[in-house]
Design a protein around this ligand. Sequence first.
Ligand code: HEC
Length: 365
Amino acid sequence: MATGDGLSLSTGVGGHGLATARAMGAGRERVPRNAPEIFNRGHAFFTSMFWDSRIARDEDDPTGFAQPAGSDLPLGFEHPLEVQAMFPLTSDAEMRGNPGENEIANAGSNPAIWDGLEARVMAIPEYQELIAAAYPGVPAEDIGCEHIARAIAAFEADAWRSDDSPFDRYLRGNRDAMSASAKRGALLFYGRAGCGDCHSGVFQTDLEHYAIAMPQLGPGKGQGADGDEDLGRGPISGDSADDFKFRTPPLRNVALTGPYGHSGAYRTLEGVVRHHLNPVRSLRDWDRSQVLLSVSDDPEDLFSVMDDPAKVQAIAKANELGRVRLTKWQFDDLMAFLHALTDPAMLDLRSEVPLRVPSGLPLAD
Ligand code: HEC
């Protein structure tokens, strides 16, 4: 699903089925945030990962990165995308499972989880050969989970590099690559509509964090008075002035990567763009029926934040995005520009799915 999963919030361990046809497993947690797309993430421009930049380059840290594992992180990572690949493995809801259900989940601490996975993968002769070929000169006993993570990142960076949208072709000199409407939209995006103030640079992001009154849903990040809120950047930076701020998302292929926002609150691209034109009103008028979630038989309260006026008010109060007025024609032009960011080569990624994997595990259930 365009490198994401097509859902507002992901279904992790214990789920059945693929992407939008996926169902939650009994007694499982929903992943608290929308799964970001990963187009172009191997580019040197990306110095941070995740909606809250909890992995970010940091010259002062011995590992080279600010990241959740501190000094437990192995050394030798060169790009944040490589570091990113280490972390879904350690999340109960995403990949690891609950203690008592498998030996990795029982392992407890990060180094033990990573060592256990490395041992599991390297017990398979075909993986031994592939890893040896990828890291000539590294003896088998020195291979760690970090080598597997770096290989995953190398695959992602190569497979999902995407720089052939009509906008890219236009920038390379083909003046006919974009429609007149998309060109007018680009002028609005980088001009009067103010989008380029945050969605700047080669990938339409400044990698900074802003509060834009995005509605919240799902289990939350265990933050706020009742643990159902997601404070975004604040808990990472340690500065409450950063509460409810999230990293400006890049916009290459954005027409393909819904639902949108850190909580997947908007199903359509048009919906999330309209949100930006009048954020606080859009928060208050938000239509919860548009969320796209896998079915679950467990009781859950997905909208506890939006049902609590004080919590909605806190999100509204943090908003720093101003209102923008556009005519219907201008709005259509802006949408045409966002569609001109779609690289046609990324429309169908099925050819990247291998027919089999060395472990013999099924690729779909
Ligand atoms: C003040 C900075 C800022 C400005 C100005 C801004 N955005 Fe955003 N935009 C963001 C942030 C931050 C998010 C993610 C917020 C969240 O999820 O909580 C976002 C999300 C988006 C998304 C959803 C992308 C995704 O992958 O989920 C789109 C599309 C988007 N913006 C387009 C626009 C357009 C078009 C404009 C101009 C009308 C604009 N933005 C103006 C900061 C900004």
